[in-house]
Design a protein around this ligand. Sequence first.
Ligand code: SF4
Length: 404
Amino acid sequence: MERTKGSTAGLRGHVAARGRGASNRAPLERSGRNLSQFPRALIAWQRRSGRHELPWQGARDPYRIWLSEIMLQQTQVGAVIPYYERFVARFPDVHSLARASQHEVLRLWSGLGYYARARNLHRAARIVARERAGHFPDNVEDLARLPGVGRSTAGAIAAFAFGRRAPILDGNVKRLFARCFGIDGYPGEARVTQRLWTLAESLLPRRAIEPYTQALMDLGATVCTRSRPRCAQCPLRAQCIALREGRVSDLPAPRPLRARPLRRETWLIALHDGQVLLERRPAEGVWGGLWALPRLAVRSDAVQGLLGAAPLRMRRRVPFEHGFTHFRLRVRPMECEFAARPPARPPRTRWLPLAQALRSAQPAPVARLLRALANEADARPARQALQRAGRGARRRRRSPAASA
Ligand code: SF4
């Protein structure tokens, strides 16, 4: 529920107050500054202390800016940079990305998470290459029609690539606005989101849209952080309502608590002669298009039913949990070793040598399991040598004459 303390008239009042003088206690007025000072302070700070060396900065190349903005959705700059560099080395322009197979795009994306972004990126590249002769739209409305490009991403591309006065409102910017202007309510709630968009529009500077947009991103990521914001270094500290009212840790309001349902799955790790069986997930749905481990029904004969042969050896590996936005997944991995390759091969599966399996496009928990298997396989000869040496030493202790 939205609290009333500190929220006063909210944004509607704030926007209206611009023409009504100081009688309306709108958020910006309570901060003691006028609207134009907010972008001015941010632009000056960005030129002085913001980020200027990111690999996608310095050129108005819509392809590279679009690519970086898609990668930066829900992911931090440090994690994005190596992926971005690999992508532009392999796909230097939108045509080369459009020509690639979805599998190759997913393989290069593997590990960055939120794989729907990669599938949408590929679809959008094909639209731009085939329907627009490689030219990206230069306005927010048309950019936002591309798969995977929401209003905020479209605003960022329009600002950086085409110098358009377009607002952005990603998670970091929502937090910054909520604190600086004392906006209550969970930012994911429609009416709060609408209020924040109206604020974002009203704050846009007439000039210098690029440093302003970059400043919002940089300040949200490096100063007005979720935990332990560095208010002493913040260019907005003189006008920040949350700081003045001691509510920095209360804003923005957290997502209302809602229990995420728990799903359970048993994953089959079928092994034969250094090879592992992988299954390609259907294009739509969780981990669509990625290579994962086949799922097993919880039945004693499930393995035989799936592959047509009983394993030589079975062992349960340590179960684990993986979090998604809307549910939690509890996984029980079941390792089964086969003496010969099983006769049945379920649809969308293939046997791959472990090293090759590790190079395929796969979700992070599958990659972790495969890496653990590979490490165990590497350690096996040394472990067997140690066991042989131990058995030899015990034999020699039992019969000293033999070793004399
Ligand atoms: S003063 Fe602190 S809480 Fe306010 S905008 Fe700056 S960093 Fe965020």
